[in-house]
Design a protein around this ligand. Structure first.
Ligand SMILES: Cc1cc2nc3c(=O)[nH]c(=O)nc-3n(C[C@H](O)[C@H](O)[C@H](O)COP(=O)(O)OP(=O)(O)OC[C@H]3O[C@@H](n4cnc5c(N)ncnc54)[C@H](O)[C@@H]3O)c2cc1C
Length: 397
């Protein structure tokens, strides 16, 4: 599916033009199918195909490999606009971009991975993430399974608790111990190519929210070329890229969900005002309060996105490995995941029964259900426990 975009030829590839294209897909495609995606817990095929047809799955790939090299903060802005329309589309897009960021930032020295990124731009491969595993829950920095190398080849099996869009993805990025005798935290990140792996579905994905991410448990069985193992320890990939990028793109799409809910509340209050000309509806005060909460969420998400973009662009390994950077990224995740629920809930209180009904134009059931996934996607208590340990050793700035 191709979306008609009224772009000027001279700015066809500027980041702001690409953002405008994503915004158009959000309103013309993702929003149109969002209710059906949620109701049927089905993959948001239309929106992801539209994003592919505009080349957005390769947005982060640098121009040296044929991509548009969109700044990371701009990709976060894309997640925000998609989040306003369809949380599932935004989450699929965000999770894919996290995988691409890991490849772009840690795979450039590998000719095989550079070839893969060129192909990704051309073919718009969709990449899913396999960090979760039976036996370790959401502890991303621990693996039970390991890569088994045999000369130039490897084999890898993993029992994953959750793989979003596993059945729809072309390729996978999987964490595993670097060898059968390696410690649980001595991990690598491995690219599995379509045709090199099979997925055995081990359960269902019938959830409260984020239903269209289609994230059931799978057993992954794979083999591949050892050059598909990223040449950097996963510890570094996680702290320098995967965690900060995840927290920023997730927070951005949660901001989108919150903004979408506030705009429904605003439309509701305006409708009330129109029905009683000359009077200010009592809900207008609640809307004013909500608007200030949204503004503070927006400021904090945008500030951290720009800061993360700057630090990741600087290549300052010490800063990226620092406790203060890790705390800042974790704090963003915890606070944004709480703010989104609070904001959508307050929007529901403004809209009243019209927000509670599923068949009303002011319905807030879907965003409220989707928002509740935010605190679980890596449990907030798990993150706070990590922060607590870091705070004990943090020296004052
Ligand atoms: C919408 C969605 C999509 C997802 N997609 C993927 C995907 O594509 N790929 C993937 O690999 N995973 C995915 N996940 C899984 C996710 O990354 C986590 O692994 C999973 O949500 C954590 O599962 P859990 O709550 O059972 O486990 P745990 O993290 O073990 O948490 C269980 C409970 O224990 C608490 N807890 C855990 N550790 C501590 C601690 N140290 N201190 C205090 N409390 C603690 C938690 O807060 C929680 O209450 C997805 C999850 C969601 C919600």
């Amino acid at each position: 599916m191709t979306i008609e975009i009224a772009a000027k030829p001279q700015d066809a590839h500027t980041p702001s033009d690409l953002l405008a294209r994503v915004a158009r897909i959000a309103t013309q495609v993702a929003r149109v199918h969002a209710e059906d995606v949620d109701r049927k817990a089905r993959f948001p095929t239309e929106a992801i195909e539209a994003l592919k047809s505009e080349g957005m799955l390769g947005a982060l790939v640098p121009s040296s490999l044929g991509g548009p090299g969109v700044p990371f903060a701009q990709v976060a802005a894309m997640c925000e606009v998609l989040g306003q329309a369809c949380s599932a589309t935004a989450m699929v897009f965000a999770m894919h971009q996290i995988q691409v960021a890991c490849l772009v930032r840690h795979g450039m020295e590998s000719p095989a991975l550079r070839d893969y990124m060129r192909e990704l731009v051309e073919r718009q491969w969709l990449i899913a993430s396999v960090t979760s595993e039976v036996g370790v829950g959401g502890e991303m920095r621990t693996s039970v399974t390991s890569v088994v190398r045999e000369g130039e080849r490897f084999t890898l099996e993993k029992d994953a608790t959750t793989i979003s869009y596993g059945a729809q993805a072309d390729d996978l990025l999987v964490t595993a111990r670097s060898a059968p005798d390696a410690a649980a935290s001595d991990q690598v990140l491995v690219l599995l190519r379509k045709g090199d792996f099979t997925l055995e579905r081990k359960g269902e994905w019938d959830t409260l929210g984020m239903r269209g991410t289609c994230s059931p448990p799978f057993k992954v069985t794979s083999r591949g070329d050892a050059r598909q193992i990223l040449p950097v320890p996963f510890a570094e990939i996680a702290s320098h890229t995967m965690v900060p990028v995840s927290h920023v793109v997730w927070a951005s799409l949660w901001l989108g969900i919150a903004a979408g809910a506030v705009s429904r509340a605003r439309a509701f209050v305006r409708q009330q005002a129109r029905s009683r000309p000359g009077s200010v509806p009592p809900t207008a005060v609640r809307l004013a309060e909500l608007s200030s909460l949204l503004q503070s969420m927006r400021s904090s998400v945008h500030d951290v996105a720009v800061e993360a973009d700057r630090l990741m662009g600087s290549g300052d390994a010490d800063a990226l490995s620092s406790i203060s950077f890790a705390l800042r990224m974790n704090n963003l995740k915890v606070s944004a995941s709480q703010q989104v629920v609070d904001i959508v809930h307050r929007a529901l209180l403004i809209c009243g029964i019209q927000g509670y009904k599923n068949d009303s134009p002011f319905s807030l059931g879907r965003p409220l259900r989707d928002a509740h996934s935010a605190a679980l996607m890596v449990g907030n208590d798990r993150i706070l426990a990590t922060n607590a340990s870091m705070l004990l050793v943090l020296k004052d700035d």
